[in-house]
Ligand binder design. Structure first.
Ligand SMILES: O=C(O)c1cc(=O)[nH]c(=O)n1[C@@H]1O[C@H](COP(=O)(O)O)[C@@H](O)[C@H]1O
Length: 274
């Protein structure tokens, strides 16, 4: 089953556009585990168990594991997700981008070591930095396009005077991903929920691509405006901290479930015709 098939299936089965981001920060763990990096797997597994029927995807952020030497716990977590939620695709958020020979190693890490269904990539180094990921049949690759952070303006909003139509950098990335770079239909785009008008622009340029949209919840993105802007094609709307740390007490998993449920409801309500 391809990443896109899995995404379609999980979206329909769980009636959800919500992706729960797994960004485990031991400093924010519930009181009994606070500061203990040895509990990264236990914390994430509890979140997965509490939300698996509410999501269309999970997105572990690799830095939150690697920073603590917890890659083994990430491997164990990938196995756990497969066991308890085999129908839910996993997007490994690694934002890689390097020359082809090195990208081959990163692709192997994501798809063979961790068994991810999709990855996030920086397109900054160009097409040959993306192609090694496309060798893995059916796997997804989301290219950073219009990111949620304030510094996203520094490069992505610049105009490319020499490209026909003089698009912005992010429009150009969207155009390449929708067209010539999308050899086998594996590409998607990352666009921040903090910029609904630009999501609309990206959707116009890339009508069929899946959009991974972080920035609702802790970053304050407007969930309703986001869903409306992305409509017409597949979307995966990520929230991490607002769900993971809904409670700092022993009831953190129940609180995460309640927060995920509320966000799913909000997103579904927004996806009704305006
Ligand atoms: O690629 C991403 O997932 C990403 C792109 C982007 O533009 N902005 C962004 O916040 N992210 C990631 O999405 C998650 C957002 O987390 P919260 O702000 O806690 O919901 C983090 O894991 C970020 O690394």
């Amino acid at each position: 089953m391809t990443f896109l098939d899995m995404l379609r299936d999980a979206t329909a089965r769980n009636h959800s556009l919500l992706c729960v981001g797994l960004d485990p920060d031991p400093a924010k763990f519930p009181t009994h585990w606070r500061g203990d990096a040895g509990k990264i797997f236990d914390f994430c597994a509890a979140i997965v168990d509490a939300t698996a029927d509410l999501v269309c995807a999970f997105k572990p952020q690799i830095a939150y594991f690697a920073a603590h030497g917890a890659e083994g716990q990430l491997e164990k977590l990938m196995g756990h997700i497969r066991a308890v939620a085999p129908h839910v695709p996993v997007i490994l958020d690694s934002k890689r981008g390097d020359i082809g020979s090195t990208a081959e190693q990163y692709a192997k890490e994501a798809f063979e070591r961790y068994g991810a269904d999709a990855v996030t990539l920086s397109p900054f180094m160009g097409f040959d930095s993306v192609t090694p990921y496309l060798q893995y049949e059916g796997k997804g690759a989301f290219l950073l396009c219009r990111t949620s952070n304030p510094g996203g303006d520094d490069l992505q909003a610049q105009t490319l005077a020499d490209v026909p139509g003089q698009p912005t950098v992010f429009e150009h990335v969207a155009r390449l991903a929708q067209g010539p770079w999308n050899l086998n239909g594996q590409l998607g785009l990352v666009v921040g929920a903090t910029r609904p008008q630009e999501i609309e622009r990206v959707r116009a340029v890339a009508p069929t691509l899946p959009l991974l949209i972080p920035g609702v919840g802790a970053q304050g993105g407007d969930a309703v405006a986001t869903v409306r802007a992305a409509q017409g094609g597949p979307m995966v709307i990520n929230s991490s901290r607002a769900i993971l740390y809904a409670s700092a007490e022993a009831d953190f998993a129940q609180a995460a479930r309640a927060a995920a449920m509320a966000t799913r409801t909000q997103l579904n309500a927004a996806s009704l015709p305006a």
